[in-house]
Each structure stands twice: as C-alpha cells, then as structure tokens.
Design a protein around this ligand. Structure first.
Ligand SMILES: NC(=O)c1ccc[n+]([C@@H]2O[C@H](COP(=O)([O-])OP(=O)(O)OC[C@H]3O[C@@H](n4cnc5c(N)ncnc54)[C@H](O)[C@@H]3O)[C@@H](O)[C@H]2O)c1
Length: 455
C-alpha cells in the first residue's frame, strides 16, 4: 500500500483538512481534486487568494503547496496514484422528492463512489469525510464492491469535527479523531492505516489515545449526534433568553452560573441570534429524517424542536425591533453589522443574518450591510432583493441609520468609535446587540436605546 492520499472535494472541509494532513505527513503526497475549476484555480493562485478564509490557513498552504500538497481537477490521475481516498463532497439538504427539506442529498457522494470504482487501478481505502446518514457506508460498499471487480474497497467513516473560524487550530489540536471501520480483518487493517495518518510522521501530530475507533455505524451517527447536541444547547439557552426578557433575569448571568456546574460545562451556552453555518441545521434535519424513517416519531419531533426554536429566535429579533421602533420599520435605515454566521469566517451558509435581512426586507427596511469578510457572499445570498446596500466601512453603513443591528461578533465591532457612530445616526438611535458583545452600559450613556438578547 502506498502512502499517498487524495481528497475528492476542495471545500471548507477538503481544503483545510488536507493542508494539515500534508503538513503533518511530509512523507506523503496529498492531492485535492474538485470539479469546480474556479475553486481549484483559487487554491493554486500565485498570490494565495484562497477560496475560503480561515485564520492560519494561508500559512499552512504556503508551507506545503507544491511540496506535498497539490490541487487539481484531474481526478483520474489523482485516484490512480493514491490508495487512500477521502471523500469530502457536499451533502446538502435535499430539496426535491422524497425527504425534501430534511434528508441529505447524496448525489455528489454517489457520483464520487462511481468515479472511484471506474478509475481504480488497485485496492483502495475509502474514507467518508462528508457528514452522512447512518449506513451510507453500506451503500458505498455495495457500489464499490459490486460485481467481479479485481480490486477491494474498504469503506471507513472519519467524520470531521472542526469548526469554521478555528479550523486550523481544531485540526492541529483536535479534542478527538474518530475512525469507524468494519470489524473484520481487512477493516481493522484499514483503520490502522488511517490511524497512522492522524498520528502523523514520527507520531508528531494527534496523540494515539485521542484517536478513537468504533464500528462504522457508530461513527456515522456520532457526527450527527454531536452536532445535534451542540445545536440543542444553543436552542436551550435561547429559549431561556426569551424568559429572561420577560422576567428581568439576565441570560448571561444565568448561563455563567449554569455553566459553572461541571456536569453541564460553560461552552455553547451563549444566547444570541441562533446557530447558522452549513452543518447544524442540515445535520439536525437529517437526524429528524432518520428518526422518522425508523418510525421514531417522538424522537423526530424532539429534534425538530431544536430547529423550530432557532427560527423563532431570528423572528423574535425582528419583532422586538418592530416594537422598539414604534411599530413601523418601513423606509427606516438599519445598518447590519456582520453577515457571516460567526466571526472569523466569510461563510454565510444558513447565517441568521440572511433570514433576518429577508424579514426586514419584507418590512421595507433600507438595509446597509457591512462585514469584514462576507460581503461578496452576502450579495449572492440576497440577490434580487432591493433596498439593500453593501458597505465596507461600518461608519459609512451607520450614517443616518435609525438602528445598528449587530449580527456577527467580529472582534473589531466593540472597538469602534461608538460616539462617532451615534452622532452620525438619526435620533432616537438604537443598537440591537444580538451577540451581547458590546459594552451596553457605555452605549446607553452615549444616548443609544439598547436592545440585547435575554436582558
Ligand atoms: N463546513 C464545515 O464546517 C463542515 C464541518 C464538518 C463536516 N462537514 C461536512 O463535510 C462535507 C463537505 O462540506 P464543505 O463545507 O466542505 O462543502 P463545500 O460545498 O465547501 O465543498 C464541497 C466540494 O465538493 C465538490 N464536489 C462535489 N461533487 C464532486 C465530485 N463528484 N467530484 C469532485 N468534487 C466534487 C464541490 O465542487 C465543492 O467544492 C459535508 O458533508 C459537510 O456536512 C463540513
């Protein structure tokens, strides 16, 4: 078995993951392939204008690109010269037919499996990197090992737990790596091969006791379960936030004390505009669909509540603005500070800001959106909506605005000159801090009406 690796899919997962695998395994060649030529060209751009933004990513790519990391659209050669094939293609929520709106759309995944089968020139280990419904590996196995192929394909599940915005840090020092494999001899041999990749050359990367191995179905389900539980914590604290607003309790105080209980812990207890990103909603919906398919309707309803609460939280933002701005928003100017689904990423997939922007647009608000990294994506997401401008400079965005609506907790926002912003706005001027990241007392002192979440 050679040591080379190919990854199909050069997106948010394939790019950063393979860059770090190449960095920590300088003895292996790592090739990332994609059908999207523009994306591959961006990964190869001479001035490192990479297709995604992640802190620290450019440094790693500068170190390894051309050394042992390569980006290409030539899937044929890449599959032939590598024996470990990661598949990191997109698995969005299916928008048609059976399971529409909940199930995963597996067409890109299956196309990749058929490509591997067509191009293979020897035995291969196939690694599921995408997030997939439980038992997808069985379908993969059926496609790959069908008929009298001279080659043997062993399918492993190796879900990715990195979070966007901290992808490089998470990859370099993961809490754990999960590898699920068939329980037979060939399966366990393949698992050992993949464990070696994550241990890194000279065991310099992930400590072996942090590389957890399970059967394939447990690994596939663990990824969905982990995301569902993270999303559920966000919805839980947001459900408490509504009650805080109604009663005079302060959600940040409640969260601090609840989180001090070591059984609960203090992470993911921040009230805000709700979760976004490409994964949480998609994966919870996928879990709902799986539960329903197995006749587990109460379980499905339980997880669906997590999504309902999240949508409600965003609708509540607009309701509260409406009420605080004298029950009419038409023709008022709102400066939206931040559009990315969280700080330190340009990713806007399922960002709460997009849903809120659409709701405000229905109220005929004039929206001025600013974001340090996500303006290009915002333009695409809101294409076709009128009364929206996209502005680099937050001070310009806020000029003559009736309200600033902070949606993303970029660290530069608390450091802005809020006195200057206040003086340029129409009065009464409002700030709605949906991330509770600004100094709200100081803002009130300046004259702002301040809305926050759970206060
Ligand atoms: N983004 C995250 O933070 C994250 C975290 C953990 C897991 N995941 C999972 O990883 C998977 C990929 O997510 P992503 O965010 O990287 O998606 P993405 O859309 O950014 O990237 C997927 C890439 O796959 C390419 N592709 C699709 N079909 C192909 C084919 N047949 N051959 C070659 N390339 C093909 C697309 O062109 C695209 O560039 C998803 O299943 C997702 O749930 C994502």
């Amino acid at each position: 078995m050679n040591k080379n690796i190919v990854c199909i899919g050069a997106g948010y997962i394939g790019g950063p993951t393979m860059a770090v695998i190449a960095k920590m395994n300088p003895d292996r060649k790592v090739v990332v392939v994609d059908i999207n030529e523009r994306r591959i060209a961006a990964w190869n751009s001479p001035d490192f204008r990479l297709p995604i933004y992640e802190p620290g990513l450019e440094d790693v790519v500068r170190e390894v690109r051309g050394r042992n990391l390569f980006f290409t659209t030539d899937i044929e050669s890449a599959v032939r010269e590598c024996d470990i094939v990661f598949v990191g293609v997109n698995t969005p929520t299916k928008m048609f037919g059976r399971g529409a709106g909940r199930a995963s759309d597996l067409q890109y995944w299956e196309a990749s499996a058929r490509n591997i089968k067509r191009l293979a020139n020897g035995d291969k280990i196939i690694v599921e990197k995408s997030t997939l419904p439980v038992r997808t590996a069985a379908a993969m196995d059926a496609i790959l090992n069908y008929g009298d192929s001279p080659y043997r394909f062993t399918v492993l599940s190796n879900p990715e737990f990195l979070a966007e915005g901290t992808a490089i840090r998470d990859l370099l020092k993961p809490d754990r790596v999960l590898i699920g494999g068939p329980q037979d001899e060939a399966g366990q041999k393949a698992v050992a091969e993949l464990v070696d990749v994550y241990a890194g050359q000279g065991d310099a990367w992930v400590p072996r006791d942090k590389i957890l191995t399970t059967n394939v179905w447990s690994a596939e389900l663990t990824k969905l379960a982990a995301n569902a539980m993270l999303a559920q914590r966000v919805s839980s604290i947001n459900a408490i936030a509504g009650l805080c607003e109604a009663t005079g309790a302060d959600v940040d105080e409640v969260a601090r004390v609840v989180g001090a209980d070591s059984r609960i812990g203090n992470k993911f207890l921040k009230a805000g505009p709700g979760f976004g990103g490409s994964c949480f909603k998609k994966d919870v919906l996928n879990l709902v669909y799986l539960c329903e398919s197995f006749g587990l309707h109460t379980e499905a309803e339980y997880w669906n509540g997590v999504i309902k609460m999240n949508d409600h939280q965003q609708e509540r933002i607009v309701s509260r603005m409406f009420k605080a701005m004298f029950n009419t928003l038409a023709n008022k100017k709102v400066a939206m500070f931040g559009f990315a689904f969280k700080a330190d990423t340009g990713d806007t997939r399922e960002t709460p800001a997009a849903y809120v922007a659409k709701l405000l647009n229905e109220e005929h608000v004039r929206l001025s959106i600013t974001d340090p990294k996500a303006l290009d994506n915002a333009r695409l997401d809101l294409e076709g909506l009128d009364r929206i401008e996209y502005v680099e400079d937050p001070y310009v965005a806020a000029e003559d605005a009736d309200a600033v609506l902070l949606m993303t907790d970029w660290k530069e926002y608390p450091k802005l000159d809020w006195a200057r912003i206040y003086s340029s706005m129409r009065k009464p001027a409002m700030v709605f801090d949906t991330r509770n990241c600004l100094d709200q007392t100081a803002l009130k002192r300046l004259g702002f009406n301040v809305l926050a979440v759970g206060k």
